[in-house]
Design a protein around this ligand. Structure first.
Ligand code: PAF
Length: 281
């Protein structure tokens, strides 16, 4: 496959897009690409003629004291990885290109998504995500936008934004890619020491335990996951069983699809993961 064309400003992006007719897909990333991102790009390749990847570490979605400055950046490596899976255009803009007037005065509100789980733990984070996602949708004008299910709350909030604000794009969720031992792929895994990485396996173990208890209902799912986490050396932020569309916690007697989601700090690294479960028989 050939190397993607790299553009860094709006004019060059518009010119590249104008040259490429057909159904267009966008995969938005913050770079430091791993197999999870590449799976999104490969899926995009299957559903569209033109694949655009954005690489932008969005300052708006990082809170004070979070890892904006140390977030891993590797544009050269990212471009090499993207050449292997066949992206056509890569937009890697500086913050001034995305936010020419500085911090935007008007932002997208994540509404109730901003008040629970990731929204509650990271105030303003989902507003920052939705604001940049909407801007990047305007700039890349795709027919379809692909997002990983690992950030399930982000995906649900994007789907809701697209419906509520009549954004003309199809949103496609793509399964989480895991290491052979179960650890969900994440750019933040790069922060883990070998010993922390071992401890981080408790996240996927807890989700698996919850999944296995799904037939017995919501209480059993949470109890099984909690029992696994109780033995783990990590600082749990949240563990919750939520409705996949709204991210509101499900009732103890709920049946059908739900998402078991958790966030935890392993050393100084905050990790999230989730799994979809089917409650009841
Ligand atoms: O999931 C991410 O990497 C980011 O939140 C996104 C969607 C690229 C917006 O900055």
């Amino acid at each position: 496959m050939s190397a993607p064309v790299l553009v860094t400003d709006r004019e060059a992006l518009a010119a590249e897009l104008a040259r490429r007719p057909g159904r267009r897909a966008v995969v938005m990333t913050m770079g430091a690409l791993h197999a999870g991102h590449l799976a999104l790009v490969s899926r995009a390749r299957e559903v569209a003629d033109v694949v655009v990847v954005t690489i932008f570490v969005n300052p708006l979605q990082f809170g004070p004291g979070e890892d904006l400055d140390r977030y891993p950046r590797d544009l050269e490596g990212d471009l090499a990885r993207l050449a292997e899976v066949g992206a056509d255009v890569v937009l890697a803009p500086a913050p001034e290109v995305v936010y020419p007037d500085g911090e935007p005065a008007v932002r997208v509100s994540a509404g109730p998504f901003g008040e629970v789980l990731e929204g509650a733990s990271r105030p303003g984070h989902l507003d920052g995500v939705l604001t940049v996602v909407l801007k990047l949708l305007h700039l890349t004008a795709p027919d379809v936008a692909l997002f990983g299910r690992k950030d399930a709350q982000q995906l649900a909030a994007v789907e809701r934004m697209v419906r509520d604000l009549d954004v003309p794009v199809e949103v496609l969720g793509v399964e989480t890619v895991r290491e052979p031992d179960g650890l969900a792929m994440s750019s933040r895994n790069a922060y883990l020491t070998p010993e922390e990485r071992e401890r981080a396996l408790a996240l996927s173990r807890a989700l698996r335990a919850g999944e296995q208890a799904a037939r017995e209902g919501a209480r059993a799912v949470l109890a099984a996951a909690r029992a696994e986490l109780a033995q783990a050396e990590l600082e749990l932020d949240y563990l919750a069983l939520v409705d996949p569309a709204t991210f509101a916690e499900v009732d103890p007697g709920a049946q059908g699809r739900a998402i078991l989601a958790l966030a935890a700090r392993v050393g100084s690294t905050r990790l999230i993961d989730n799994v979809e479960v089917r409650l009841g028989g």
